[in-house]
Design a protein around this ligand. Structure first.
Ligand SMILES: C[S@@+](CC[C@H](N)C(=O)[O-])C[C@H]1O[C@@H](n2cnc3c(N)ncnc32)[C@H](O)[C@@H]1O
Length: 352
């Protein structure tokens, strides 16, 4: 019976208000097949509302089409195992973290507060990249010949494992994650896949950044295991301009801070020359790639009526990148997440 009423919502889906109805958390409570039915009536092609694009159409990834995409992904068996294990993890204990953090008097650092609150949001989010997104990440890393990578937001390690598996033996991935329980799972799979030696974990209290001198690991004090701490530590320990690839998938309101720190860490290949054959101040940045997940934020960034802090922050960040002359950017739509959760608009748009 609930199916019928939700199906009737789906006929109204193109209408703005009905869209919101379908985004209501109630859809999360439905079994997967009910969610699929509730969202099946979507058009398979979307046309830009702006006439100046001449009715430009893009394919809308319907559940059916997305299943087809997923059936065309190469996913390593170890990655599949990790995905299956991660998808059974409960998120229910996370609300408690938010409440506890609000009463901790010594918690003053903004990232720390945000990261506690993040745990609350995590219940509502698709927590890790889908196999098709991982395939794209990996391919981009391979195309640029990535050697030294940073991941901000590891969770149980799906995307970092995918990247580490294609890095050369000399390659290194610095994995920034504040949740030690998640990292335990990640470590298990890094070992299982034989790539643990390529991954340097930026954990609470200390971090092993042994990538420059593998036999002599460098120990750095990290207060909360938070990403900004870790990135700053890398800079302080002389690792600027030594990475070539970064993937950001952690606290959304810290995107700008992550980005600015990563710009210092990710390698600008400086082509510096002038017509007299010497060096000049002309510097051309080529080579480094920073990929940032979730820049559509469940479609909320395009809705002027949504102004919650996280949406506003991502919207400002997107605007800033568009205007930032230091970088080349591209917003790339990937998918809606591999979960069967069809209640949200795609948020997996990525800046590169
Ligand atoms: C979306 S998940 C990452 C998923 C992962 N990239 C993947 O696709 O497999 C985000 C992760 O970022 C971590 N995180 C959130 N805020 C953080 C912070 N301030 N510092 C470090 N990690 C953080 C969370 O604990 C969570 O595990």
């Amino acid at each position: 019976r609930p199916l019928l009423s939700l199906r009737s919502f789906s006929h109204l889906r193109s209408h703005e208000n009905s869209r919101r109805l379908l985004s209501l958390p109630i859809l999360h409570l439905l079994p997967n097949h009910a969610r699929r039915l509730a969202t099946r009536a979507e058009p398979s092609v979307v046309t830009s509302e702006d006439d100046s694009y001449g009715g430009k159409q893009v394919i809308n990834l319907t559940p059916h089409l997305y299943d087809y995409v997923l059936s065309n992904v190469r996913e390593h068996p170890i990655l599949r195992k990790l995905r299956e294990e991660t998808s059974t993890m409960p998120g229910s204990q996370m609300q408690v973290l938010l409440l506890v953090s609000l009463f901790l008097p010594h918690v003053v650092e903004i990232e720390y507060m945000l990261s506690r609150m993040y745990s609350f949001d995590m219940q509502l989010e698709i927590l890790f990249v889908s196999p098709d997104q991982a395939q794209l990440l990996v391919m981009l890393a391979q195309i640029i010949g990535a050697q030294r990578c940073i991941e901000v937001g590891v969770y149980t390690g799906y995307s970092s494992l995918a990247i580490a598996m294609v890095l050369p033996e000399t390659g290194r991935l610095v994995a920034c994650e504040r949740d030690e329980r998640c990292l335990e799972i990640a470590k298990k799979y890094y070992t299982r896949a034989g790539v643990a030696h390529k991954v340097a974990l930026a954990q609470k209290k200390w971090v092993n950044f042994g990538s420059k001198m593998p036999s002599k690991p460098l120990l750095v004090d990290i207060k909360h295991g938070l990403a900004v701490d870790s990135l700053k530590s890398l800079i302080q320990h002389g690792e600027s301009s030594s990475f070539d690839f970064a993937f950001v998938d952690a606290e959304k309101r810290m995107y700008n801070e992550y980005f600015e720190l990563l710009l210092r860490l990710v390698m600008p290949l400086l082509i510096a020359a002038n017509d007299r054959g010497g060096f000049s101040s002309l510097q051309v940045r080529v080579g480094g790639l920073i990929i940032i997940d979730n820049v559509l934020w469940h479609g909320k960034v395009a809705d002027p009526q949504v102004n919650d802090p996280k949406t506003a922050s991502i919207r400002n960040f997107n605007r800033k990148l568009l205007e930032d002359q230091r970088i080349s950017t591209s917003m790339v739509g990937t998918n809606r997440g591999w979960h069967d959760d069809m209640s949200e608009e795609s948020d997996r748009l990525t800046w590169m």
